[in-house]
Design a protein around this ligand. Structure first.
Ligand SMILES: [Zn+2]
Length: 252
């Protein structure tokens, strides 16, 4: 991965402060420019995650979401503004991201993620970011990423709490290893926007680390955030040999 991409003088100026990070540099910026990132869900997590990913200069970002903006989304889904109510979230997000950074190719994909299309959707991406609000689709996406060997950054939020982990297929546990039983679904659960923002930005950070090789990703570690005390707690998580998605001793 020695060869650096060519940057315009505008790009060098735009990314100057992060190129100054010694362990990132121009070679890290080149990796970001080559990266293809899928953000699944343009909601409370997907908005802040995609905002900072596009600001950092990915090559291509796809925003996958079929829903339309509702007034009750606006406390946390910060790329959707008053006039966007009733519009497609993917389109609303892409519009803002293009204004922020026209160097990045950003595309709206107004589709639902299902077990039929998930593998095709994630194929070819460098990283997939979990911006979803339900466990059923998260497990579909986890499985698709494991099968296609695409790194998957998971986060979830509830009220003032959040959790995040990074799944590198073949290198650590997948989401199904960590949560063998699907947690209960709740359609309209409480969320404070600031909590979603914190977890979404941690997802952007993890994504940038995976792409550039910077630091140590949250592989085999689930980080829990408690907004009431502003405490972070890390729990070790392990791969299960009998995991139906990634285990070596899968039952047929
Ligand atoms: Zn697994």
């Amino acid at each position: 991965m020695g060869e650096n991409m060519r940057f315009s003088s505008a790009e060098l100026e735009r990314y100057d402060r992060q190129i100054r990070i010694k362990s990132l540099g121009k070679s890290g910026q080149s990796k970001l420019k080559k990266a293809r990132v899928m953000v699944a869900g343009a909601g409370g997590l997907g908005c802040p995650a995609s905002l900072y990913l596009v600001a950092a200069g990915m090559g291509y970002v796809a925003i996958v979401d079929k829903e339309t903006v509702e007034l009750s989304n606006l406390n946390r889904q910060v790329l959707h503004w008053g006039d966007d109510v009733g519009r497609l979230k993917s389109v609303s997000t892409v519009e803002k991201l293009r204004q922020l950074n026209p160097e990045v190719k950003v595309e709206a994909v107004p589709e639902n993620i299902t077990s039929n299309n998930a593998r095709k959707l994630v194929s070819g991406f460098t990283v997939v970011v979990d911006g979803l609000d339900n466990w059923r689709t998260r497990f579909i996406l986890n499985k698709a990423c494991v099968k296609e060997k695409v790194p998957f950054v998971h986060a979830g939020i509830y009220s003032l709490y959040g959790q995040i982990t990074t799944i590198l297929p073949g290198k650590g546990p997948c989401l199904q290893c960590i949560l063998p039983k699907t947690p209960p679904e709740e359609e309209k659960f409480p969320v404070l926007g600031a909590t979603a923002g914190i977890l979404g930005l941690l997802e952007a950070l993890e994504t940038i680390k995976i792409i550039t090789g910077l630091g140590e990703p949250l592989v085999g570690r689930m980080l829990h955030f408690d907004g009431e005390t502003v405490g972070f707690q890390e729990i070790r998580v392990e791969r299960r040999r009998d995991c139906p998605v990634c285990g070596s001793k899968r039952e047929a």
